[in-house]
Design a protein around this ligand. Structure first.
Ligand SMILES: Nc1ncnc2c1ncn2[C@@H]1O[C@H](COP(=O)(O)OP(=O)(O)OP(=O)(O)O)[C@@H](O)[C@H]1O
Ligand SMILES: [Mg+2]
Length: 243
């Protein structure tokens, strides 16, 4: 089975890794899409926390939001005390303004990744950067540039896109949103929903695409608890390469 030979970057969120044959594909770039409060940042922090505590992989959290302290407080509420890991150089937090030039961003990231042996990187929310750019062509170029650099530096990337419209396609009036381009460029797209499916879970998650791997295609129940994101058992068998 192809899934067995592809190197993985497990999230450590058992239910999630199960629906995609072991986690994100290593060194790929992955997009999380979801509305406000759907659990995007929680998933990112859990991915980084598990990276260090379960897989000995250092992580970098890049925020385009004004207040990074708030993110750290949110993490603390889940029992993830990043301050110690941060002091040990295992998790780094960087804040960028949406106006940061792509060259500056790339140079800062390259330095940070090299000096801290970063293996996992998250951008929350990349749509803030994308929306500060003039047009779709520019967004494509900047995101492609950034993803290519991350791949060259051998890190697994997770981007958050907080745009909602159309989920995985055109909006009802036929327009593509400005950040939809992210969904085409990314190796995987995972959508977070604020309501459950068929009475299973308070919420749901669906992997809309993941290149180079078979994955569950239906929405799967999900909860957020005091321990973070929990992805519930999929109803059927996860598709395999041979199906
Ligand atoms: N201890 C907890 N138990 C249950 N649910 C919780 C708990 N802590 C937080 N939540 C839920 O998680 C949500 C926050 O999720 P998170 O901040 O990850 O969402 P987000 O998708 O990043 O949102 P935004 O787009 O606003 O940044 C809260 O709105 C709340 O519903
Ligand atoms: Mg968030």
């Amino acid at each position: 089975m192809v899934g067995d030979v592809i190197d993985r970057c497990p999230t450590g969120i058992v239910g999630f890794d199960k629906i995609c044959q072991g986690g994100f594909v290593r060194n790929s770039d992955n997009l999380i899409v979801g509305g406000p409060g759907s659990g995007k940042s929680t998933f990112l922090m859990q991915f980084l926390w598990n990276g260090v505590t379960m897989f000995q992989e250092n992580g970098l959290y890049c925020s385009f939001e004004p207040d990074i302290v708030e993110t750290l407080n949110d993490a603390m509420a889940y029992g993830w005390d990043f301050s110690k890991l941060s002091a040990e150089g295992k998790i780094k937090f960087m804040r960028f303004s949406p106006q940061t030039s792509i060259e500056e961003l790339k140079s800062e990231l390259t330095k940070m990744i090299a000096s801290n042996q970063i293996k996992r990187i998250c951008f929350d929310p990349i749509s803030v950067l994308a929306l500060s750019l003039s047009d779709k062509g520019k967004i494509r170029q900047v995101i492609f540039d950034l993803s290519s650099l991350m791949k060259r530096l051998k890190v697994t990337t997770v981007f958050v896109d907080e745009s909602l419209e159309g989920e995985m396609g055109a909006t009802s009036d036929g327009d593509w949103t400005k950040t939809d381009i992210l969904r085409f460029l990314s190796d995987s797209v995972t959508v977070f929903y604020e309501s459950g499916v068929a009475g299973v879970g308070d919420r749901a998650v669906r992997i809309a695409k993941m290149r180079r791997t078979a994955h569950e295609r239906k929405a799967v129940g999900m909860n957020i608890t005091s321990k973070g994101v929990e992805v519930l058992e999929a109803a059927g068998e996860v598709a395999t390469e041979s199906q």
